[in-house]
Ligand binder design. Structure first.
Ligand code: ZN
Length: 423
């Protein structure tokens, strides 16, 4: 027990409010884990071949369900939905990358500037709940640890964590190894090892662990590397439970193979298509999946926003887009916001979803696929990656069993279920 962070905890039965929802303070240590890119296919496969024994046990001893993630099915959007408990129309983060309509500038999200509400983690922390956040990717930390005191750091910058900014120091010593490579499975496994050490040494009441989808972008369910990685995740979950925690697990999005049988990626370069049909400079296509970790997907996913650069016939452009092979759904600004609870002031003129086997991009020169280095393209962003596991290590109470059964279940309900829904 670290005396520096021991302080009065809120009384049992205390609740906190966040974005119109009410959460009980933790009855016992509670850990919410977002396994980035954890498609239900990995869970099914791992249960079937015995590599996920802890998660498999939740079917009898806890809860095992499937939830919808927020659209687009990207990392920032969904981690933000999960920590705020609300969809993007409320929290404002509708992708990793956007076009600023006022300046015409294209911006990568690396901070909390676009966040329009507080987080559940912040509300718990302000109520005196001892909270901790460990994330693989540093780009997420400012949103996840927004207005939260306590421990908060990324494995990407584990060596830079300090008491002043991160509420913890000497992380490499605590975990017993050096800061992992940004492009490695260990970037995520380090998060789990740190989480186990933090739970045993600092005893936070609430901890949020968020990983990277490096492995899932490279390896399909059934490949040994995918089995080894998810088995390591399962082992860490077992350790957290053994330390007395209630563990809840979900994902930010699923993952699908986006290549032809010969390994060639199935790509629609939509900006090239639209500008060759409607005139050069007609549109700019923005891929909200673009992030600082593009090596494994070349910034190609299954959802894009089309912005008209000059007056044009949106209806004709949408109709043309629907004729392109691999395009599943095309919706104008109002429709996409209504159907997927997105903020209308941050939407393009129309939105395009490609199917589960296809990615949609901007111009050919915007996407460097040479770094796939022989791997098939696996990615996310669209409707084919909307389903995610929704798991709890303890049984649900009657009210939440009914809610789970009646649905709909969203990944951003996971804090509600972990704090209000378990026996
Ligand atoms: Zn992700």
């Amino acid at each position: 027990m670290n005396e520096n962070i021991a302080y009065a905890r809120p009384a049992a039965g205390t609740t906190v409010e966040a974005n119109g929802r009410t959460y009980a303070v933790p009855k016992r240590p509670t850990v919410v884990i977002v396994v980035d890119g954890f498609d239900p296919a990995y869970l099914e496969h791992g249960i079937a071949n015995g590599t996920l024994p802890t998660m498999a046990s939740f079917r009898q001893n806890g809860f095992m369900g499937i939830a919808d993630c927020s659209m687009p099915s990207t990392t920032n959007t969904n981690n933000t939905s999960i920590v705020t408990g609300v969809p993007p129309v409320v929290h404002g983060i509708n992708g990793n990358y956007y076009l600023d309509a006022d300046t015409g500038e294209e911006i990568m999200i690396t901070d909390a500037k676009r966040l329009r509400c507080g987080t559940i983690l912040g509300a718990l922390s302000q109520a005196g709940v001892n909270t901790a956040v460990v994330t693989a990717k540093d780009k997420l930390l400012k949103v996840l640890a927004y207005k939260m005191s306590g421990i908060g750091f990324s494995s990407e910058y584990a060596n830079k964590a300090n008491l002043g900014e991160n509420g913890i120091e000497n992380v490499e010593t605590l975990v017993g190894r050096g800061t992992p490579d940004q492009y490695s499975a260990d970037l995520s496994l380090f998060v789990f090892d740190a989480g186990v050490k933090i739970l045993s040494s600092y005893r936070p009441d609430f901890m949020y662990l968020s990983t990277s989808d490096y492995v899932q972008h490279k390896h399909a369910p059934g490949e040994p590397e995918a089995d080894a990685y998810h088995h390591a995740v399962d082992t860490a979950v077992g350790k957290l439970i053994a330390l007395g925690a209630t563990v809840a697990i979900t994902a930010d999005h699923g993952m699908n193979d986006k290549s032809a049988p010969d390994g060639t990626p199935n790509v629609v370069y939509l900006e090239d298509e639209l500008n060759s049909r409607f005139g050069a400079g007609s549109v700019r296509v923005i891929c909200p999946i673009a992030d600082p970790f593009v090596r494994h997907h070349g910034a190609l996913g299954s959802f894009v926003r089309v912005h008209l650069l000059k007056a044009g016939d949106v209806t004709a452009m949408m109709a043309f887009t629907r004729t392109l092979h691999g395009i599943e759904l095309v919706l104008d600004k109002e429709q996409v916001c209504k159907q997927f609870e997105l903020p209308i002031d941050r939407e393009g003129d129309f939105a395009v979803f490609s199917d589960r086997n296809t990615v949609v991009g901007a111009r050919r020169e915007d996407h460097n696929l040479s770094q796939l280095a022989g791997h098939r393209l696996r990615s996310h962003g669209g409707l084919g990656e909307q389903k995610v596991p929704f798991l709890l290590s303890r049984p649900l109470n009657a009210e939440y069993r009914k809610r789970a059964k009646d649905g709909p279940l969203h990944n951003y309900d996971i804090f509600d279920f972990a704090l209000n829904g378990v026996e």
